[in-house]
Each structure stands twice: as structure tokens, then as C-alpha cells.
Design a protein around this ligand. Structure first.
Ligand code: MN
Length: 235
């Protein structure tokens, strides 16, 4: 026995995401999230969208929560927002990829909600601090089942929508992405050795807004699937 094989406490296993028509789960390695990838959302956040390299923030794998859950209203915020997103699930390793190889890494796609403590993110922006408190918190990475690309291909167009209590809040089209999934993977692979289990949240269309306890969120992406979440009372 040595310290490297005798843990002080049981290491927490990586979360497993259900895969459609499979009894096997997708273990989450890392979660990369693209900022401002739809022009209309950039505009509503007070930024001008131009075609430039994507930028990222990350979330812990342990911020994952499955579609269908009821989560407590997150702590430390009075302005928790929904961001409905297409998520690409990486199933193979790749580094410094050319564009024509990028989608070969994608095992499948899912619907995601990038929950955001907007007030804390805004404060961080104002103070030129990192966004972690605004973006990387428990239950902040909501994800549907993963649908294999082998079954649906690689969606580059189609409606992406979110309703809250039956009222449409977000509605866009995947074709409006500033950087495509393939372009984003190419760029990420210049900075990371992409690996099976990596997730890429690809940004949200316009219409982001606050949630409150009791809200029922329902999102869908044409050809990919659906996601639901219920906001409970704060703990
Ligand atoms: Mn987002």
C-alpha cells in the first residue's frame, strides 16, 4: 500500500449520463462551455457579436444533474438564469485537429441547460474576476440523455427552444451559431488534448432570463431531443 492507492475517503465516481437506446452510461470527464455563440444573445448581454475565435469557461463534472430533476433554487443568487444549449459529447481522443476531422470525435449530442447565477457573473465581469461563482456551481450543468451521432448525424440546423411554465422564452436555430460545433472542436483541440467524456456546451440563443421556485423548464432541439427541469425551493 502506498498513498497513491490508499485513498483517505472513497473517490467520488464520475457522473454517468444516460445514452439513448443503451444500457451503458457516458462518464463525464470535463465540461467546456462556449460563451456568446449566437449574435442575438451576445446583443442582449450588451456585447457585439463578431466572428472570432470562441472563448470558454468550464464547469466541474460534479455540477451535472440529469434532465427531469427537481433542483433547489441555487444558493447565493437572486438572479439565476436559464441558457438552453446544444451539447456535443466527445467520444474519442484528439489534439490539433483539422476541420475535416473534428466531428469524428463527437460520440453524440444532447440538450443542455447552462444554469447561470447572472448577478454573480455580472459582478465578476465588473470586477474583472473569473466567472466561476456565476457559472460553476452544484446542479448548474443540466443534461438530457445523449443521442449517438450514429443515429442522428451531426445537426447543423434546427430549432432550439426553451419554455418556462409553457411560455416560450428562448427560440433560435442551430444554424445561427457564430462558431459551429466543428469549428469549436478544432479551436479547443489547440489548447487541450480532447478526450472521451468531454462535453462541449455550445452556447445559447437569445431570450435568457430568470427562474424562480416552482418553475418548470422544458427545452427541445429538433432532431436531438428534449430536456426538463423543475426549480424547487432554496435549501
Ligand atoms: Mn451558456
Amino acid at each position: 500500500m502506498s498513498a497513491t492507492d490508499d485513498p483517505l475517503f472513497p473517490p467520488r465516481p464520475l457522473p454517468l449520463v444516460p445514452v439513448r437506446d443503451s444500457s451503458r452510461g457516458f462518464p463525464i470527464h470535463r465540461i467546456f462551455c462556449v460563451g456568446r455563440n449566437y449574435a442575438a444573445h451576445a446583443a442582449e448581454m450588451g456585447a457585439t457579436a463578431v466572428k472570432e475565435d470562441p472563448f470558454y469557461f468550464t464547469k466541474s463534472p460534479f455540477s451535472y444533474v440529469a434532465s427531469g430533476a427537481t433542483i433547489p433554487y441555487p444558493p447565493g443568487t437572486a438572479d439565476c438564469h436559464h441558457e438552453m444549449e446544444l451539447v456535443a459529447a466527445i467520444g474519442a481522443a484528439g489534439f490539433r485537429l483539422p476541420l475535416e476531422k473534428a466531428l469524428d470525435l463527437v460520440f453524440g449530442y444532447a440538450c443542455g441547460l447552462d444554469l447561470t447565477r447572472r448577478d454573480l457573473q455580472g459582478e465578476a465581469k465588473d470586477k474583472r474576476r473569473p466567472w466561476d461563482l456565476g457559472k460553476d456551481f452544484e446542479n448548474a450543468a443540466v443534461l438530457s440523455e445523449i443521442v449517438p451521432a450514429a443515429a442522428i448525424g451531426h445537426p447543423t440546423a434546427g430549432r432550439i427552444e426553451l419554455s418556462v411554465n409553457g411560455e416560450t422564452r428562448q427560440s433560435g436555430d442551430l444554424a445561427e451559431m457564430i462558431n459551429s460545433v466543428a469549428e469549436t472542436i478544432v479551436h479547443l483541440s489547440r489548447f487541450y488534448h480532447l478526450a472521451p467524456g468531454d462535453l462541449v456546451y455550445t452556447g445559447t440563443p437569445s431570450g435568457v432570463g430568470p427562474v424562480v421556485p416552482g418553475d418548470r423548464l422544458e427545452g427541445r432541439i429538433d432532431g436531438v431531443g428534449e430536456i426538463t427541469l423543475t426549480i424547487g425551493e432554496p435549501e
